[in-house]
Ligand binder design. Sequence first.
Ligand SMILES: [Fe+2]
Ligand SMILES: [Fe+2]
Length: 200
Amino acid sequence: MTSLSEIYDDACIKLEGRLSQYRYLHSLSVSDVAVMMAQDFAVDPMYARVAGLLHDWDKCYSDEELIERALAFKIDLADDPQILAPLLHAQTGAVAVAREYPDLPQEIVQAVARHTSAALDMTKLDMIIYVADLVEPLRTGPNIQYYRSLADNSTLEELFCKCYQSTLYHLIRRRRYLHPDSVKIWNVYGADPAPRQRGG
Ligand SMILES: [Fe+2]
Ligand SMILES: [Fe+2]
């Protein structure tokens, strides 16, 4: 049985060879942020550490290669693979890390798979990796300070909701593709459950 700490050490070496320098440092940074969040939100920090490190395992492939991998892995695609390509590294990466590390807990594999498009039944670990991927300090972008300002006073679900909301805004503003499950996920995590007051 390979321990999570052995997997972490081995994956560091392999990822340094697989990923660009930026992407490798981003993976380490997501891992560090995920550990801090895990401590705040009562999740096993070692699970967060390894899931954060592994989340972009397949980010080294082109869109065409990812489509080929998705087909080879028999991943059930929800839409045209060409349109889904920017999201596919999460799903192919999850299959790949499970093959690379057979002792990897399923919870970690799932968190890797869900870090781009999320899911209707996000676990705490899934949310931590989703959020950590967006707020890690090497990221630059208009929303990064906003995300970080939320981190101190929010529940994990609120943090996830804010990040998911911002991702949707960003995608819609740029007229980018939305995963078919996005509206369902938004209605579960983001939509205000209180019915709106209607005027007279
Ligand atoms: Fe990613
Ligand atoms: Fe990432």
